[in-house]
Ligand binder design. Structure first.
Ligand SMILES: [Zn+2]
Length: 234
């Protein structure tokens, strides 16, 4: 049948709607004291890349919540995702959704829109130009890891294309040579906004003097203009 199937108005099944916070490249639930393992799907070396699968919205939330904490990601501006990803500051806002009008063919309105939205995130260590001053074997450069996630129009499922094999160590120790990642930065911002003591924040984050210096430097730079100097005085 072309177009929509008839759905009874008495149906009580509500569609599972993904929100912006469900697809962000960092987690709003990040806690530096809580270790998170990557999502358990087969990661055997030599298996075809990228790994492709399809999740229900609920499965996708669980999957991505773990992957985005276990690894470090950056948002990749691709397709038209900038309009809803970078311009929206409301984590609870719903992602774009296109409704197929009754009577339209299976490809929907326009020249066959297949997806409500498409997003791509890359490993933070993908860029060869960014980290060349860090001379260590554990520091990957030009990492090929990316994930592309997209939702088909009229289907409550998320297709995932995941090139998951990093070319560097992903151990927390190796990560610590980098400045704070997006998970940590957003966590620090939240702690400060909630009125936590700066000393307590530092202690939780990385109880190591060298790293504390990085923390302070990063947070100062990132927040100076938003929250004012007084909050960051030590
Ligand atoms: Zn990587």
């Amino acid at each position: 049948m072309d177009g929509w199937d008839f759905v009874s108005t008495s149906s009580t099944i509500m569609p599972d709607i993904l929100l912006l916070k469900d697809v962000l490249h960092f987690s709003l639930e990040y806690d530096p004291l809580q270790a998170v393992e990557p999502y358990p799907f087969p990661r055997s070396q030599g298996s075809p890349l990228p790994f492709r699968t399809s999740f229900t919205c609920e499965e996708f939330r669980s999957f991505w919540n773990r992957e985005r904490i276990a690894f470090q990601w950056v948002y990749c501006s691709e397709k038209n995702s900038r309009s809803f990803y970078l311009h929206s500051k409301i984590p609870d806002s719903p992602l774009p959704s296109f409704v197929r009008a009754p009577g339209m063919n299976a490809k929907g309105p326009g020249p066959g829109r297949l997806y409500d939205w498409t997003l791509k995130h890359e490993c933070r260590q993908w860029d060869q130009g960014q980290q060349l001053t860090l001379n260590s074997d554990s520091v990957g450069q030009g990492c090929p890891v990316y994930i592309r996630m997209r939702k088909r129009v009229d289907e409550d499922r998320v297709e995932v294309e995941y090139h998951w094999e990093h070319n560097h160590s992903t151990e927390p120790k190796a990560r610590s040579v980098f400045p704070l990642g997006p998970n940590e930065l957003h966590w620090v911002r939240r702690m400060i906004q909630e009125g936590h003591e700066w000393k307590a924040i530092k202690k939780k984050l990385r109880p190591d003097e060298e790293h504390l210096q990085r923390v302070m430097s990063m947070v100062r730079t990132a927040m100076l203009f938003k929250l004012g100097c007084s909050l960051l005085m030590l």
